[in-house]
Design a binder for this molecule. Sequence first.
Ligand code: GLA
Length: 720
Amino acid sequence: MKSFFSSFLVLLTVSFACAGEIIRIDTKDNSLVFKVQDQKLYQLWFGAKTGDKLAALPQGTAFPAYATFGTGEVNEVALRVTHADGNTSTELLFESVIKEESGPGIVQTRISLKDSFYPLRVDLVFKAYFAENIIQQWAEISHSEDGRVTLYNFASAQLSFKATSYWLTQLHGDWGNEMNLKESRLTEGIKIIDSKLGARATMYATPSFLLSLDAPGAETQGETIGASLAWPGSFQVALEVNRMQELRLLAGINPFASQYVLDKNELFKTPALLYTYTNGGRGQVSRNFHRWARKYGIRDGEKSRMTLLNNWEATYFDFNEEKLARIIRDAASLDLELFLLDDGWFGNKYPRNNDQAGLGDWQVNKKKLPNGIGFLVKESQKNNVRFGIWIEPEMVNPQSELYENHPEWVIAQPHRPPILFRNQLILDLANPEVQQFVFNAVDDLLRANPGIAYVKWDCNRFIQNGGSNYLPADKQSNLQIGYARGLLSVYEKVNKAHPGVQLMLCSGGGGRMEYGSLPYFHEYWPSDNTDAIQRIFIQWGGSMFFPAIASCNHVSTVPNHQTRRVTPLKLRFDVAMMGKMGMDLQPGQMSAEEFAFSKSAIATYKEIREVIFRGDLYRLESPCESNRASLMYVTEDKTRAIFFGFLLHRKVGEFLPGVKLQGLDPEKSYLVKEINMGPGKNSYLSTHGKVVNGSLMMTSGISLPLNNEYDSIVIELTAH
Ligand code: GLA
């Protein structure tokens, strides 16, 4: 896999302490510039590429690059530690800078700093992905003091800005309602976006955000920074506007109740903050992230993905071999490529017949599946469908053999009653023995059933009242960091042991939408809410940072199980097609007409999916701002595009103008064709079947025949 922690390094330059030294981190369109002055490191610039015209930089814009407590700082700091002798101050001096090529088009810059008195070092490391305009920054902290150092603040990155106003867009949500965009103007003081959840950390807030300078965020214009912390645990993003109207941005692991006790010579590596700058608005931020993610940020991001049928909403826990075999046959007759068996297949002494028991006992339930997983794998193979399976290996129900045998493995505090969430407890992944158990749960299942092609890895609760039986009393606050690191190491082992198995990242829906986990996963489940209308919003929010190829979108039945809304099957397919499409229902319960529509939609999707997976996304009309939503994907060479449009709400008398397309080649003409209409349906699109100039469609727009609530349209554009 193309992990972004690759070890390929070609030395470019090394230089040591030198007054007035300028350090540049450049991508194709961005520059991050530092200066060494009085042995200290300052950020001079972050924004549009400066070339060599540093003299043109505004005066007075030198900010501490990584502020520390104890140097007269009165604002939030990147680093605050207590040294082994009790001294609470740190003063970092520049030591050296090394530039290396760490892969084609990737330059790594390591700036080494050390305390002026104590043997404590901080390396700030930057990987610049030139073509994608993404900078990935983290810090490495270590010491050789006699004793332990306690880290109280340990940001991954600090960035400073000077603008007339700052507009923060955060992605906020809850179960079934993930990824809502909320914008606010930053005022003097500190705004913090954080998660204290430890696991399922992005359930309420996410570590991805947009920052617009001088004006509110816009889709196609304006100075915009997009940033995302690659970390599956608790995070904190702090944005402090000071009295001079300067903004300091700090992002990293949430230090709340997580001061880290660092042993002598132990390396503390923070997770990376990924960021990009553009003056082309949010749309360009997203395209930068998507291009980067497909290449480096998600597993096998340049390979294709399989359509699938999931039995969760089809059966919930209520299934047997016969029922599943029927669903597998139905998946095959729809030409779906994989069957995904969800929760409920395991546990014998404490069978998993509902969410009250069984988690932790990863042995097949003999009553429901007397012939084991092997039978279902064979049934799938017989029908030319691949087989996938759900697992939630970090969890345990008190009603389980695992809990009977290892009550000491759960996260809890002594002398306090354990806190249940969805009737379950969370295992202590800071403990290497537990890490081994979690790895074995997945590994044993995959080894015993080599036909498993896909795993949905779930996590349905977060950490509350965190206490570890494994960690010593004086390191209890290391628990959350230990958990996240333990989890990442298990992911890595599973990836190495099973390189051919595809993985879906799920956490009660979108509770793990972040780039710390995604290098190990092919795709993520954005929400348990499969209602097509609400999904338009959730997927819209997710698209700010995550590419369509990673977003699992399932067509489910109506009335929808979460909202009770009834929407047309075509709308449900059109919404699911804007990513990696699957289905979550019993095809056997569909009418003949619905079945025929589904079959033709799946065939259509297979013809266009590579454009959606690899194309550049242009969001045209936001569902948050209009009754109509639309977006399109355009291939890099601009020869093919797929457009999606939806009427979310019908308002009598509302005149919706033509929609102006984006991203096409103005010099090219395109054959316009409405697709996914279903067997025997005619198109009412006025440009259907016509060849239209790209420039015209971008300046005058095209009118859409969306007249009734929940009408939707998919249009294919092919360069002529
Ligand atoms: C979580 C997931 C669902 C489903 C259930 C099974 O809620 O998000 O998709 O797998 O667990 O219990």
